[in-house]
Design a binder for this molecule. Structure first.
Ligand SMILES: [Zn+2]
Length: 338
């Protein structure tokens, strides 16, 4: 299970391998980038390359994937690796001071089996202020045999003093080709579905592998339900939909499928680039709606959607904002019927 498992990420991979080759591994790394693009996987492969008992004898440092250390790292039972993460089922997941004490106890003793005592802190931006300050003390004077790998999608939320003590490696989503290749490798799937996931997940492979395709499809199909002429024809229907959407969790999902639907409509009004459409199976309906619309009409709806997206953070009444949006939406796409 070597580095090749991490698709793309050539920049971070090269830096880690160079450090391993030169035996010039720092004490703290910060893996920064979107969720679901391989940061945690890379951290585990890094730990394996450092700890592997039978490393492959190639010129490139790597791990074998099947020795005791490699297997224990995969199963989370390796004594020289501690993984710290927030309690994810909480409304506001945090990493607390007791978890930092656990880190201190972990790194104070020399490694039992491997070269380093490794500590992986996932979602490190979730450290509470107290925990971050406690952790900073360890980071300022790290034990010689320690290695910290911090993972975050929001690096600016970390204390600047923590960030500055880490070597930051930036992770980027895969290219569409890498994405398609990776998905083809991991699961048998129609190319249309792979392309759908590529767009919807922004080429984040980890996110796509965790996604429930049928559920995503049915959510995106709601856009076309809204487009059908009867759905929003009466005020009560608009109010009902607005209420339902305002309670939908997480709310950004609603914005997500609405914006993907509008994007398809915009492409349809712009011209014959049907290969770019996300919802290939809805082309007849898209064509029919786009007939009476100009690109400017759709751009106005996209602006309105942006306002709607900001509603929750601006203390606006979400239900009211949704009603406004849905009225405008219905008026625009059924203008000729009015
Ligand atoms: Zn191994």
């Amino acid at each position: 299970m070597p580095f090749a498992d991490v698709i793309g990420q050539e920049g971070p991979k090269k830096k880690i391998r160079t450090a391993l080759t030169r035996q010039a591994i720092g004490h703290a790394y910060l893996f920064s980038g979107d969720d679901g693009i391989g940061k945690r996987l890379m951290a585990l492969r890094f730990a394996q390359a450092l700890s592997c008992e039978t490393p492959p004898s190639s010129a490139q440092p790597d791990s074998c994937g099947h020795c005791r250390a490699c297997e224990q790292i995969n199963s989370g039972t390796y004594p020289d690796l501690l993984v710290i993460e927030p309690e994810r089922d909480k409304a506001n997941p945090q990493i607390k001071v007791d978890q930092i004490r656990e880190i201190e106890r972990h790194v104070i003793y020399r490694p039992l089996l491997g070269a380093r005592k490794i500590c992986l802190i996932d979602d490190a931006d979730r450290l509470t202020a107290n925990a971050a300050n406690a952790f900073l003390k360890t980071l300022e004077d790290p034990p010689e045999h320690s290695l910290f790998i911090l993972i975050t999608n929001q690096p600016l939320r970390l204390l600047a003093t923590v960030r500055s003590r880490c070597l930051t490696l930036r992770f980027a989503p895969a290219t569409p080709d890498q994405f398609e290749g990776a998905l083809a490798l991991k699961q048998a799937m129609a190319i249309e579905d792979v392309r759908f996931l590529s767009r919807v997940c922004g080429n984040r492979i980890g996110m796509a592998l965790r996604a429930d395709l049928a559920d995503l499809r049915s959510r995106h199909d709601r856009f076309f339900d809204l487009c059908r002429s009867g759905t929003l024809a009466h005020a009560t229907a608009v109010l009902q939909q607005a209420e339902e959407f305002s309670k939908s969790q997480p709310f950004p999902d609603v914005i997500d499928w609405l914006s993907h639907g509008l994007r398809d409509l915009l492409l349809m009004t712009l011209g014959p680039r049907q290969d770019l459409l996300l919802h290939q199976s809805q082309i007849p309906l898209l064509e029919q709606i786009a007939e009476s619309l100009t690109p400017a009409d759709i751009v106005k709806l996209m602006d309105a959607l942006q306002t709607l997206e900001q509603a929750p953070t601006q203390n606006l009444n979400l239900q009211l904002c949704l009603e406004n949006f849905l009225f405008r939406f219905h008026e625009t796409i059924h203008r000729d019927a009015a």
